[in-house]
Design a protein around this ligand. Structure first.
Ligand code: OFO
Length: 172
């Protein structure tokens, strides 16, 4: 029935914005895959493992938008992926960038939420609710690792300070 079909069909603005989001989620996947390779190259297999799991999650995020567009009778349009960075100065710098990236993704999800409210697209709002909750976790995960790495760095500084003090020991 045409009326029902039209009612469930995603509108153009929502479809375009979700297609952009597919690209952003796939770029996230690409970025984390690059970060995994960076850690592998340094024999940090735990960090690399974490990144591989994160990368797979991002592909799932992209697929949620992909499936949603199709279920709503829309058209999925895949766009070119930007090349991610391949080198970082340190694990801390890398995770700071991951945290900043997730903050950007949260802003993008929030913009989609605003659009869904404006368009009164209730099923999109329900679907986006999952993402708003997920983004809290995504940001927290990255922020926690940044905090841990900073602690490790501070300890390194403390050891150096102690080393400096011990170097001043006179002959007794
Ligand atoms: Fe898809 O949450 Fe990260 O980017």
């Amino acid at each position: 029935n045409l009326v029902i079909k039209e009612a469930r069909m995603i509108n153009k603005a929502m479809q375009d914005a979700m297609n952009e989001q597919i690209n952003k989620e796939l770029f996230s996947s690409y970025l984390y895959l690059s970060m995994a390779a960076y850690f592998e190259a340094q024999n940090l297999s735990g960090f690399a493992h974490w990144m591989r799991i994160q990368e797979a999650e991002e592909r799932e995020h992209a697929m949620k938008f992909y499936n949603f567009i199709l279920e709503r009778g829309g058209k999925v349009t895949l766009k070119a992926l930007e090349a991610p960075k391949t080198e970082w100065k340190s694990s801390l710098e890398l995770f700071e960038e991951a945290a900043a990236h997730e903050a950007m993704i949260t802003a993008s999800i929030n913009a989609l939420y605003d659009l869904a409210m404006k368009e009164k697209d209730y099923s999109a709002l329900t679907m986006l609710q999952w993402f708003t909750t997920e983004q809290v976790e995504e940001e927290k995960n990255a922020a926690d690792i940044v905090a841990n790495l900073k602690l490790i760095e501070d300890r390194g500084t403390a050891v150096l300070m102690l080393d400096h003090r011990l170097a001043k020991r006179g002959v007794e």
